[in-house]
Ligand binder design. Structure first.
Ligand SMILES: *Cc1c(COP(=O)(O)O)cnc(C)c1O
Length: 427
């Protein structure tokens, strides 16, 4: 083969190079457009974020940090990463930011690597009460390397009982306390956590993966003044690219940076870092604050409408972007409910509820959230409609026929709130 031929092949569009993959991507684009996405950890990143994420920056190796790289040709990499760092610090009022972690779990492991030795003690929230697997699940690296004791929520109130946490901390004397989770529908006030940590000289890690957007917008209390380290994903309520950042006080900066690289990762994904910089800029705009307020207003409206229609919510409602539906008094599992909802074009994940009698694979709960539908522009009146559909779709008597009918109505609603109308991977 001569050079011209492989050069020509190189420049063909995706739809020609790999029609199979192009079709599959376009299939999911249509699914994202035609279904109601109620998974609280998912969102639609803006076209600007997608453009940076899909850019040529993915070609560049840039191990190290701005001004201290192990590769040449990093002039623009340094400028981009510095911009992302400065914006993250400004957005959250933090002393130091590391914008390189590939994911939220990696950000947490890097924090452990920076602050702990194997065998050290951690106190964290139980996974089945709303924590996260990276906080010490037995099969996760955190559970393998550290000695983890768990707090949960109160059986009656569904809320974290700070006296129980303080007591556990007194008995366990951990080196690190983790606050924050994946399925906690209530506001977290971080100040008392600092006091509890200080009572035994422990570090405090706030993992705000789920609530980062609300914290950035100033409508949820910030952990930055209280926690030694704050980790967050950038792809959930913050609505940026997949991945994570770590914020910390200046005195921990070097340890955190060394733990991320070379401790845990090699070359940073510079395309993701550029997309993170774009996301932080978007998050500084007044529209973003309005968006976050609407997420919460929509969640409250959805929670209220679900309860009025007879569904039980853990803790009796929500303060943030998500709620936990408790199905234990119904004859249906979380798994079956979520599958029936998918038939109706509504995507919501099943979730354990605190003290769940069913296994984590089956569960007795659903975890609906409003970040994605709010990005589409839906408001309180649509939430009431969605609650109607949810209650109908999970009932056995609605049947396949009924769920097909709901799916069609869902598609019509989604058409009124278009998302990514300019995209087409088959072109
Ligand atoms: C989503 C989440 C993470 C980690 O996310 P990745 O899937 O590893 O990016 C970490 N902590 C909490 C609390 C989360 O909700």
């Amino acid at each position: 083969m001569v050079a011209e031929e492989f050069e020509a092949a190189f420049h063909r569009p995706l739809s020609e190079v790999d029609p199979e993959v192009a079709r599959l991507i376009n299939g999911d684009l249509r699914r994202q457009q035609e279904q109601l996405v109620l998974i609280p950890s998912e969102n639609y990143a803006s076209p600007a974020v997608l453009a940076a994420f899909g850019s040529v920056l993915q070609n560049k190796y840039a191990e190290g940090y701005p001004g201290r790289r192990y590769y040449n040709g990093c002039e623009f990499m340094d400028a981009i990463e510095s911009l992302a760092i400065e914006r993250a610090k400004q957005l959250f009022g933090a002393e130091h930011a590391n914008v390189q972690p590939h994911s939220g779990s990696q950000a947490n492991v890097a924090t452990f690597l920076a602050l702990l030795e194997p065998g050290d003690r951690i106190v964290a929230m139980r996974l089945d009460h709303g924590g996260h697997l990276s906080h010490g699940l037995a099969t996760n690296i955190a559970g393998r390397l550290y000695d983890v004791a768990f707090y949960g929520v109160d059986r009656e109130t569904g809320r974290i009982d700070l006296d129980e946490v303080a007591d556990l901390v007194r008995r366990h004397r951990p080196k690190l306390i983790i606050v924050g989770g994946s399925a906690y529908p209530r506001t977290i006030d971080f100040a008392p956590w600092r006091e509890i940590a200080d009572s035994v000289g422990a570090y405090l890690l706030a993992d705000i993966a789920h609530i980062a957007g609300m914290v950035a917008a100033g409508i949820h209390p910030s952990p930055v003044p209280y926690a030694d380290v704050v980790t967050m994903t950038t792809h959930k309520t913050l609505r940026g690219p997949r991945g994570a950042i770590i914020l910390c006080r200046q005195e921990l900066a070097e340890r955190i940076d060394r733990a991320v690289f070379p401790g845990l990762q090699g070359g940073p994904f510079m395309n993701a870092i550029a997309a993170r910089a774009v996301c932080f800029r978007e998050a500084m705009q007044p529209e973003f604050k309005a968006y976050q307020r609407q997420i919460v207003a929509n969640a409250k409206a959805l929670a209220q409408a679900l309860m009025e229609r007879g569904l039980k919510l853990v803790s009796g409602g929500t303060d943030n972007h998500l709620m936990l539906v408790d199905l234990t008094d119904r004859k249906i599992s979380g798994r079956l409910a979520a599958d029936r909802l998918e038939e109706a074009g509504i995507i919501v994940n099943r979730n354990t509820i605190p003290y769940d009698p069913r296994s984590p694979f089956v569960t007795s709960g659903l975890r609906p959230g409003t970040p994605a539908v709010t990005t589409r522009g839906m408001r309180e009146s649509e939430m009431v409609q969605i609650a109607d559909w949810i209650v109908q779709a999970i009932q056995k008597k609605t049947g396949e026929e009924g769920r097909r009918r709901i799916r069609e109505e869902v598609r019509r609603l989604c058409e009124k709130f278009p998302i990514y109308p300019e995209l087409d991977y088959l072109r």
